[in-house]
Structures are given as C-alpha cells and as structure tokens.
Design a protein around this ligand. Structure first.
Ligand code: ATP
Length: 454
C-alpha cells in the first residue's frame, strides 16, 4: 500500500467533516484550523486517552486548567520574552519571510532570489492588551506553551494536595505561536493544543526519570495505533537545546511530509521554578537563574530524606494534540483493493479514538417499522457510555458502510426484516476491518458493546 499523502488526508478531513480551514468563506486564515463534527470527537478521544494514562491510571499526578492570557512577568522570567524567537530572513524580491534554517544555498524558498536580508530575530508570541488602556504595563501574551502556569501554580498545588516528590501536574490546553511559515496542514499552526506533564523530581534523579518518561510515552503512542517502524527518537544535540533544557528527546513520526517532531520530552532542570522563585540565592540551583525581584514566592518543596528545602528538577513530556491527530490519521488511512475493480477507503483508527463508535443502519429507510426499531435502539445504546452512536437514514446500506469505513466507525449495526420477525429479536453487526458480519440478539447488545468498547 502506498504511503498516505497529505492531499488524501486534507481531502478526507474536509469531505467528512474532521477539519476545516478557519475563516474558509473569507479565503481562509493561514495557520489556523477548525475541527468539525468528527474532528472534535477524534481530538477529544485522543485528549481523553492522554488524561486517562497521565492522571487517572497513576497516583502521582494532579491536573490543572490554567488561563491562556499570561501576565508579562511570567514570560519575562521564563526567558520567553528574550529568547522565544526564530531568526528569519526577508526576501527583497518577493517580500516573503522565511525561517533562516529553512533557507538552503542562500536562495529564497519562494522565488529563488538571493537578495535576502540578514537573519533577524522574530518573537513568536502573540501580544495583547489587558484592560482598556494600551500601555506597556497592560501588555499580556497568549501563552506560547501551557507549562508556565504549572510552574507558577506549583506552590499552590503542593499546598492544596500535600504532594511529595516525585509527582507531576498535567494540563491540556491551547497555545499560540506566531509561526513564520505555518504549513503542512495541522502540523505547524499558529493556534494549537498541547498536552503537557511537568513531572517534578529530586535533583540528581532527573536523568533516570527522563529515560522512564521516554519509554512510557513511546508505549502510549503505540497504544494509539502508531507503529514503531514509523517512529524515531531524536536526541537534540547540545547546541540546539531550548534555553531551559539540559537534555531533550523528540518522539518523531513519519508524517506525510517527512519524519518530524510529534512530542518533545525535555529535562528542564530547575530552570523555570528557579527563575520564578524569590531569593534564589538561598538555593543551590544548577540552572543559571536571573535575579527575580518581582516574585513573592519560593517554589520549593521539602526533601523528605534530609528535611532541606529544594527546588525540584522537572521532566516534561509535551505532546502537540494537533500533531497527534495528524499522526493517528496518517497511520489509520488505508486504501483497500476489494477485487473486481472495487476498492474502499477505511480509517483503521483504534476503537477508543473512533469519532463514531456504532452506526445504526436501517435496511430500508421507508419502512416505518424498521425506522422505529432503529430509533428505539439508538435511544437505548446512546446511554451506554461507549461514546457516540449515530443513526443513518440514507437507506442505501452499501453507501452507509463506505461512509462509516471512511470515518473509522468500528461497528455498523443493521436493522432488517429479520430483526422484526425473528424471536428472539436480533441485528447484524459488521466489523469495519474484517467486514465480517455476525448476528447478535438485541437483548445482548448492551453487554456486547460494553465489552467491545470499554
Ligand atoms: P518545532 O521544532 O516543530 O517548532 P518545538 O520544538 O518548538 O517544535 P515544543 O516547544 O517542544 O515544540 O512544543 C511541544 C510540542 O508542541 C511539540 O512537540 C509539538 O507537538 C507541539 N507544537 C509546537 N509548536 C507547534 C505548532 N506551531 N503547531 C502545532 N503543534 C506545535
């Protein structure tokens, strides 16, 4: 089977209502996308799978949902105001603007001209104003990563939960970066979602936990359906590390446009907690911290072994939710030859990710008795807690199967005349991947579906 192309995915996503270009009717806003009826389900399912693995299935992680609007001081002391920029060049001929590291042989990637400016830093953060008066005092940012609020709320969370090291704080939410060249569909966008865990450990134990989290995160991606052969672990060379990092692994995935970063797993040392801490000189900080006359708080915790106050180190698995959606779509997209000139597109998503879990399909839409039974079943099954149950009323069973194959619905349930006539009452269940059908008594459906999905 040929590798999935970006065009195939973009077309499927629009056609079936997964992802649309933002402001499409006005020609579109670059680097911004909207998730449609099925996209929102898929994205929520991926986020729920992350939350379940990171919070519910562990006993050392708390959750947080912090604000997007970020006080300037937070991003000043985090180092983002000074360093969160990409060097970029302008092309004097076509007026395009490009990241310096995207330029090869000194030529403009758009028009080929060599008349380019020297690289200049371009800050990636979106600025805004809080309150009615425009002034430096009122400047705020849309957060460029969710992590900072986890650091600034560290003490509050510790005080509220009495956590001891090691423990983590997890958060999922929107982040914003004014990317110079957004591209490759939802891979590089200006508004995106991150799922980040900050896992706090004793200094000295950081390298051990960095390795553990690398393994845990690779395994999680395998559970989402990605295959090992399409993944790569990239160790960031020392010179390329972000300003806060001691070390970083990238989990890369073979996207349609190439092997690129899906998730970063950074060892952020005590850099952030240290920089946001009052009177840092009282601590033996490994990170180079800037004096912080503005903070009111020491972001520290007591070392249980020796009773001393320490600023923990932090390991950060940070996944891009949109890149995750793109990866699972890429992996799942399959074109199958069914022989005799027939083929089908089937989205082989893991069942917990599928936007629609069960489609109820009437054999005939103009049979009142069949339709009534379909509605009855829908009302019963939608309350099982397995996720979305859809009722099809197109009346063309072949088309309904194709449509649900394309959007990855694991089970199609057909109500036919036998359903009404037989005792006990039964329906046909068709499996998306094998296309095999079996008859199941309607009385057994709740337990059958619960066992299948939960
Ligand atoms: P890149 O090198 O691709 O610009 P990054 O190293 O700057 O990414 P991080 O700051 O480590 O990214 O952010 C953590 C995760 O957030 C990334 O692994 C990625 O999945 C996601 N992410 C970052 N920037 C974007 C973006 N512009 N669009 C979509 N997802 C993004």
């Amino acid at each position: 089977m040929a590798a999935t192309s970006m065009d195939q995915l973009v077309s499927l996503c629009k056609r079936r209502g997964f992802i649309f270009q933002n402001a499409d009717i006005y020609g579109g806003q670059q680097g911004v996308y909207d998730y449609g009826p099925l996209g929102v389900e898929l994205k929520n399912n991926l986020k729920n799978a992350w939350w379940r693995a990171m919070v519910y299935e562990r006993d050392d992680v708390e959750g947080l949902d912090a604000a997007i609007l970020t006080n300037r001081k937070v991003l000043k002391y985090s180092g983002h105001e000074d360093t969160f920029s990409d060097p970029m060049c302008d092309c004097r001929k076509c007026k395009g603007r490009f990241r310096a590291d995207h330029i090869t042989d000194g030529k403009c990637p758009n028009c080929g001209s060599t008349d380019l400016t020297e690289p200049r830093p371009f800050n990636l953060m979106f600025k805004t104003q809080v309150g009615p008066v425009e002034s430096d005092e009122n400047l705020a940012y849309l957060r460029p990563e969710t992590a900072q609020a986890i650091f600034t709320q560290f003490k509050n969370v510790v005080d509220a939960t009495s956590r001891k090291l090691p423990f983590g704080i997890a958060q999922i939410g929107k982040s914003f970066r004014n990317e110079i060249t957004p591209r490759n569909f939802i891979f590089r966008v200006r508004e995106f979602e991150q799922a980040e865990l900050e896992y706090f450990v004793l200094p000295g134990e950081d390298e051990k936990y960095h390795e553990l989290w690398k393994e845990a995160r690779i395994n999680w991606w395998l559970e989402q359906g990605l295959v090992k052969e399409h993944m790569n672990i990239y160790t960031t060379p020392h010179d390329d590390l972000a300003h806060y990092a001691k070390a970083c692994y990238d989990i890369e995935y073979q996207f349609p446009h190439g092997m690129e970063e899906l998730e970063g797993i950074a060892n952020r040392r005590d850099y952030d907690l240290g920089n946001h801490t009052k009177a840092q000189e009282e601590f033996d900080l490994e990170a180079h911290c800037h004096a912080n006359p503005d903070s009111t708080t020491k972001l520290c915790i007591r070392d249980e072994e020796n009773g001393k106050w320490v600023i923990p180190f932090v390991i950060e698995p940070s996944m891009g939710v949109d890149r995750g959606v793109l990866a699972v779509l890429t992996e799942a997209y399959t074109e199958e030859d069914l022989g005799e000139g027939n083929s089908r597109i089937v989205l082989k998503l893991k069942k917990h990710l599928a936007p629609i879990k069960v489609a109820i399909i009437p054999l005939k839409k103009n049979s009142e008795a069949i339709m009534q039974k379909c509605h009855e079943l829908k009302n019963k099954l939608m309350k099982l807690g397995i996720g979305r149950v859809a009722l099809e009323n197109t009346g063309n069973i072949g088309k309904a199967y194709r449509r649900h194959d394309e959007v990855g619905t694991p089970l199609c349930l057909t109500v036919d005349f036998e359903t009404l006539e037989n005792t006990p009452e039964s329906v046909t269940i068709r499996d998306r991947d094998t296309m095999q059908q079996q008859r199941v008594n309607t009385a057994d459906l709740p337990s059958f579906l619960r066992e299948y999905f939960l």
